[in-house]
Design a protein around this ligand. Structure first.
Ligand SMILES: *Cc1c(COP(=O)(O)O)cnc(C)c1O
Length: 230
């Protein structure tokens, strides 16, 4: 798959250019290859081409793939909505969860992680835009959830995540990215120590340059690496 490695090179170039534009270091941006609908063989190719972090959105699909790829030392990120009754799978298989959105889910994850003898890095998903159909906790409640998550020993709170509304012009997403960063600064000043919120997961294929300019440390990129999803 020379195409995949070419795509990855192009994404890295876009990251470098975005970083140059705002005085940031590309080494501070974690590129997560989003592999929903992507077959294990292609994921292996992407790993060979230097992608170490992979993001999956659906528990059922991820279970098969993470198992099939157990030999490669990849880092698995769960980026889809997670129901409490599926928390055990994420606790068992994933390294990072980007979508913590309730105390109930946090407690159940912690319980499952304790019985697995594991820890899980977690980011709180914030519904910055307030869209009804979107998951994530309201900005006003994020501080409480961050405090709660920070008390659970097997959860390693590390940041915030958001998905802005869909826009055809990526610049329109910038205010939502900026809002996530200000929320982080606010919570770090009054709710939890700042080092527990050092990561900002924001930006996808269409808008990651804007996210980087607003402080993203993790970008989640599917289409630009693996092509259009069917
Ligand atoms: C699918 C998905 C992505 C990747 O989107 P692309 O536009 O293909 O880069 C990123 N984040 C989440 C939460 C997703 O579900």
């Amino acid at each position: 798959m020379p195409e995949i490695s070419q795509n990855i090179k192009e994404v890295r170039k876009r990251i470098e250019k975005a970083c140059a534009g705002c005085g940031r270091n590309p080494a501070d941006i974690t590129l997560i290859g989003v592999t929903k609908t992507v077959e294990p063989d292609i994921i292996r190719e992407a790993f060979s081409a230097g992608i170490v972090h992979f993001g999956e959105s659906f528990v059922q699909e991820a279970l098969q793939k993470v198992g099939a790829l157990a030999q490669i030392p990849a880092q698995w990120h769960f980026i889809g909505h997670l129901q409490t009754n599926k928390a055990k799978f994420v606790a068992r298989l994933f390294d990072t969860l980007h979508t913590l959105d309730s105390e109930k889910l946090a407690l159940e994850l912690n319980r499952r992680l304790q019985s697995e003898g594991r820890t899980l890095r977690v980011l709180i998903q914030v519904n910055v835009s307030g869209e009804k159909a979107k998951s994530g906790i309201a900005p006003k409640q994020a501080g409480m959830l961050a405090q709660y998550a920070s008390t659970l020993p097997n959860l390693k709170l590390c940041g915030l995540m958001t998905i802005p509304p869909f826009f055809d012009a990526p610049q329109k997403a910038a205010p939502f990215f900026a809002a996530l960063k200000s929320l982080r600064d606010e919570l770090a000043a009054k709710d939890v120590p700042g080092h527990l919120l050092s990561e900002l997961s924001m930006g996808m294929t269409g808008d990651f340059e804007e996210a980087i300019a607003q402080g993203a440390t993790m970008i989640r990129v599917g289409t630009a690496i693996f092509g259009e999803r069917l």
